[in-house]
Unconditional design. Structure first.
Length: 351
């Protein structure tokens, strides 16, 4: 395991922020950065893990087990609840592969976690996929998966996922051999991208709080180029409004802890509805969304302000189910993207 290091800032990212935003938003970002507390740990992936020539990707996809959806860990730090200035990074769409108007008309409010009706090579599923990794950093291999999303940034190579999809708080170790398969549907439809850098919030790294369960991964270019240049990238939104209409995507699989929901993890599923924000109590600093998806969907995006081409803003991710038992089967919690999450994004956006 590489030794984690604390990064106080990223000058390259700071000088390029305005290129992705309107002048008003860029000005707001400077104010938000001044409020950031702590810093994000970063793992640089060894070159050996970035070499896919030794891997049987079909076998990985066939044998991997979903990372179990965790239960809630209450916030222990005050900055998990802080709200700074709203910051939005605009999405960038691919040149083609939009969702048809017919499919758009089929979308409706649902917490069922049903199959996503669009093609894996169309927005927004084209930028969302399965993130595979080895949960055993020792000599053994134990493949697992979460869900992640390609988002727009200066490096055109950044993914947003959950913190528990990159960092094991129990063993205090990074997961290894991360590979991303965007637009997954019974196999990788858009190729495989290896990770070169990963990070999570300081709060999640230090104490595993669900309120800051967000992670970021920077991937290497594929055979056709950088992932966002090829497939497009959704936007990101930090310190934004709550009680918004969300579309959550993920690759869940049946989990006995939340009975009454069945999925096989081979096709994208979704939930839609308006979230609720908890400002205090056990779930403080988290958003709530009616959603029956379970393990494997972890890290999947909550898309907000979705445009006509089905490109939106990632404003949270699938994090935890809040408890064990049938009474929680229709619940999904996600971290509120505030200053700690913005710090992670600013740390990796230009690496």
């Amino acid at each position: 395991m590489s030794t984690s290091r604390r990064i106080l800032g990223c000058a390259a990212a700071a000088t390029a922020i305005a290129a992705l935003m309107t002048p008003a938003t860029a000005q707001a970002t400077a104010g938000a950065n001044s409020d950031l507390k702590g810093s994000a740990p970063v793992r640089t992936v060894p070159l050996g893990e970035q070499d896919g020539s030794r891997l049987d990707f079909a076998a990985i996809a066939r044998t991997a087990k979903p990372l179990a959806a965790p239960t809630n860990v209450p916030a222990t730090r005050a900055d998990s609840l802080s709200r700074g200035t709203s910051v939005r990074i605009a999405p960038v769409a691919p040149k083609a592969a939009k969702m048809s108007s017919k499919l758009q008309a089929e979308m409706r409010d649902t917490n069922a976690g049903g199959l996503w009706p669009g093609a894996p090579t169309a927005n927004p599923n084209r930028q969302v996929g399965k993130l595979y990794f080895d949960t055993d950093p020792g000599p053994g291999v134990s493949w697992s998966w979460c869900t992640a999303t390609a988002v727009n940034s200066e490096n055109k190579s950044t993914l947003i996922t959950a913190g528990h999809c990159v960092w094991n708080t129990s063993t205090r170790q990074w997961y290894t051999n991360l590979w991303f398969a965007p637009g997954y549907q019974y196999g990788a439809t858009e190729g495989w991208y290896s990770a070169r850098t990963m990070s999570t919030t300081w709060n999640y790294y230090n104490s595993g709080t669900s309120a800051d369960d967000m992670g970021a991964v920077v991937v290497n270019a594929g055979s056709n180029g950088r992932i966002v240049d090829v497939l497009g990238g959704h936007g990101s939104w930090f310190n934004g409004a709550t009680n918004q209409y969300r579309t959550s995507l993920g690759y869940p699989i049946t989990d006995w802890r939340w009975p009454g929901y069945t999925a096989n993890g081979e096709d994208a599923r979704y939930c839609q509805g308006t979230d609720y924000y908890y400002g205090s109590g056990t779930f403080a600093g988290q958003n709530y969304l009616g959603c029956r998806m379970t393990g494997g969907a972890s890290g999947g995006p909550w898309l907000t302000w979705v445009q006509s081409n089905w490109m939106g803003y990632v404003n949270s991710v699938n994090s935890n189910k809040g408890g064990i038992g049938s009474s929680w089967a229709g619940v999904m919690f996600g971290p509120y993207f505030n200053n700690p999450e913005l710090q992670v994004f600013n740390t990796v956006r230009a690496l």
